[in-house]
Design a protein around this ligand. Structure first.
Ligand SMILES: *[C@@H]1O[C@H](CO)[C@@H](O)[C@H](O)[C@H]1NC(C)=O
Ligand SMILES: *[C@@H]1O[C@H](CO)[C@@H](O)[C@H](O)[C@H]1NC(C)=O
Ligand SMILES: *[C@@H]1O[C@H](CO)[C@@H](O)[C@H](O)[C@H]1NC(C)=O
Ligand SMILES: *[C@@H]1O[C@H](CO)[C@@H](O)[C@H](O)[C@H]1NC(C)=O
Ligand SMILES: *[C@@H]1O[C@H](CO)[C@@H](O)[C@H](O)[C@H]1NC(C)=O
Length: 456
């Protein structure tokens, strides 16, 4: 009986059936396995210096998520509520701005435009205020006052330096409005590389039929435990992951597009304003809202500058996609419609040309939008900006205004200096809704002027 089972096992192990040979095979395979396990361990350990290590074993995190979910439902009296996985409200407006989409996934999702014109819900168009900032927002109190009592008509998005967390109270319009700023798309390839490595290990194990299923399982279990303990150790050792790695290569234009894409996920957002930390509002919310939602055109500055700061930055390598006569310049602080926003984030062709050939002293954030809109959406654009700025002092940077500059007359002159601006085939005395650049010291005097001059 014993002999027979040995024979049977022998048959499983080797072609010849010789016991000695099978032992040698086991030895070889085992040492091979241990070697591969070493490689895997090495990979896992080294991958701990990059964030994708968490994705190495997605199943375990998946199980954890399920466990957490089940625990939570246990707390709710043990009855698991029937979940609506195609929840409509969540589709229209994400509850939480946190997501794990890569840029590629995010931009694809944000580019969805309904063909059906009528909305199956009461849609109140909102203005998305998108703040592109490095760190704190010094004019937060001013903006909060500006937004007060209009919660239904706007949404705020903040793109800050990775690792920077805006600390605001839960009642603030800025609370929980920071978008994920991590560049994730570049890591996809590396994740794939690790996974294929893992797959080949699994395949090798499967292929070597010498090892019984039980043996395989126990090896994998031991390996899993080892790997997990190493992972935990590494997490303890490496501390917070270096978050800043991708920022250096991320241009401002990337940040703008990422803000647009995140804001497009809320289907109520109809107008999109890009602002910096040094921007202030010069009119009250209702005036700004009516001005923007009532306009048939977008407000993206776009002009032909024949000097070396304009046409001089054009690169002939952009031919035949972009021609010199199409080249435009303009301020990066734009305002645009949903239609244009969806088109901007869907464009890969021209953005790639800019990334390739528009390098210092050419700046994509000053040329990409003006040129792209000029080429394809000229009639949708007013070609002027609604953000006031003072270039009159010359030099590479506009004038910045501090506390001592803030007077009633100064703000009044930004609101209306006597000239008129084109608006919906008519003219209006309101040319600017926002202004830059202001230093933090301007906050106090500005707060003093809101009720008398800005009327909010
Ligand atoms: C956030 O701000 C509050 C009050 O301004 C302060 O008490 C708290 O320590 C801050 N938290 C962090 C993490 O900076
Ligand atoms: C959004 O979700 C993340 C992760 O689940 C959580 O940390 C964060 O507090 C949530 N934010 C808000 C505003 O609920
Ligand atoms: C803006 O410029 C485009 C050309 O890019 C032109 O077609 C359009 O009429 C201009 N808009 C206004 C309001 O002047
Ligand atoms: C008013 O502002 C416009 C646009 O910035 C400018 O062209 C014009 O010269 C200004 N007028 C006066 C009187 O300052
Ligand atoms: C604010 O206005 C009050 C009076 O209206 C004045 O006394 C005070 O100095 C002003 N503060 C600043 C910082 O301008």
């Amino acid at each position: 009986m014993k002999r027979k089972s040995d024979e049977e096992e022998g048959e499983k192990f080797t072609v010849s059936g010789s016991k000695d040979f099978s032992c040698r095979v086991i030895k070889v395979v085992t040492s091979l396995l241990i070697f591969v396990a070493g490689v895997v361990l090495g990979l896992v350990a080294s991958s701990h210096f990059t964030p994708e290590a968490q994705l190495f074993f997605p199943p375990s995190s998946y199980y954890k998520a399920v466990q957490v979910q089940e625990k939570e439902s246990c707390l709710n009296g043990g009855v698991r509520e029937k979940e609506d996985f195609l929840d409509f409200r969540r589709f229209l407006k994400p509850e939480n701005l946190t997501h794990k989409m890569s840029d590629e996934e995010l931009f694809w999702r944000a580019s969805m435009v309904p063909i059906k014109r009528k909305y199956p819900f009461k849609r109140v168009p909102k203005v998305a205020f998108m703040f592109l900032t490095r760190g704190p927002l010094p004019f937060l109190p001013l903006w909060e006052r500006f937004f007060k009592r209009h919660e239904e008509l706007f949404s705020v998005y903040i793109h800050a330096l990775p690792g920077y967390d805006l600390n605001v109270s839960m009642t603030s319009a800025f609370y929980g409005r920071q978008i994920p700023s991590q560049e994730l798309s570049g890591e996809g390839n590396r994740i794939y590389y690790h996974q294929s490595y893992f797959a080949s290990v699994v395949n090798a194990v499967r292929w070597s039929r010498v090892i019984t299923a039980v043996f395989q399982l126990s090896i994998i279990r031991v390996l899993g435990k080892l790997v997990n303990s190493v992972r935990q150790q590494c997490e303890l050792w490496s501390g917070p992951l270096p978050l800043d790695v991708h920022w250096g290569t991320v241009t401002l234009a990337d940040g703008e597009r990422r803000l647009l894409a995140n804001a497009l996920l809320d289907h109520s957002n109809e107008r999109f304003v890009l602002l910096s930390e040094s921007c202030i509002p010069v009119y009250d919310f209702v005036t700004v809202y009516n001005y923007l939602t009532g306009s048939a055109q977008s407000f993206v500055e776009s002009y032909d500058d024949p000097s070396r700061y304009g046409r001089g930055r054009y690169n002939r390598n952009m031919l035949p996609d972009i021609k010199l006569f199409q080249w435009r310049k303009g301020s990066q602080w734009f305002e645009m419609t949903r239609k244009l926003a969806a088109n901007i984030i869907s464009d890969t062709k021209y953005y790639t040309v800019f990334k390739k050939y528009c390098k210092p002293s050419c700046y994509p954030d000053e040329h990409y939008l003006p040129t792209y809109l000029n080429m394809f959406f000229g009639s949708h654009n007013s070609n002027r900006s609604v953000t006031w700025v003072d270039w009159s002092k010359g030099g590479p940077h506009p004038a910045a205004f501090g506390g001592s500059d803030i007077t009633e007359g100064f703000i009044q002159s930004i609101r209306n200096n006597g000239s008129m601006c084109a608006y919906n085939s008519d003219y209006t005395s309101i040319c600017y809704l926002f202004a830059r650049k202001f230093a933090p010291s301007a906050l106090e005097p500005l707060l003093n002027l809101t009720s008398t001059v800005m009327k909010f």
